[in-house]
Design a protein around this ligand. Sequence first.
Ligand SMILES: [Fe+2]
Length: 157
Amino acid sequence: MESPFDVVGWDGTVWPFAFPILAYQPKTGLVHLPPTIHSTFASRGVLVCSFVPRVTDFHPEAIPCPYPHSSVDCDELIYYVRGNFTSRRGVGPKAVSLHPAGIPHGPHPGAYEASIGTRSTDELAVMIDTFLPLHVTEQGLAMEHPGYHDSWIEKAP
Ligand SMILES: [Fe+2]
């Protein structure tokens, strides 16, 4: 069998690597833990977090839904693979979101309340935090969901 490392010209700086994402089990806690518990890879200027099916915060009054935040140091790109993303209404499998540095974002109205009492999540997503700004291509801009920035506005019942 050929080794993937047996390549002419490979200088060793890029390491071919398969990551069995479902084998990754992040720490969970009594209350909500910071997103760094989902870190699976880090390098200069980038952090990769893997959100996998897991038990959620287990205090009886815990709020498993992530809190609103503004990441002032990095852009956040998330690829939603599968599962139910409790914090984001209208975001489903195969969606990609980009929250540039400094832009506030978080759960939709009602998502906080709906998450209380939940015991697990089946979400599978990968987040890439970049510490230099990402630049969206014309193709990326053409795929933009035109109402995404309005999705936090609470709708009248
Ligand atoms: Fe975020």
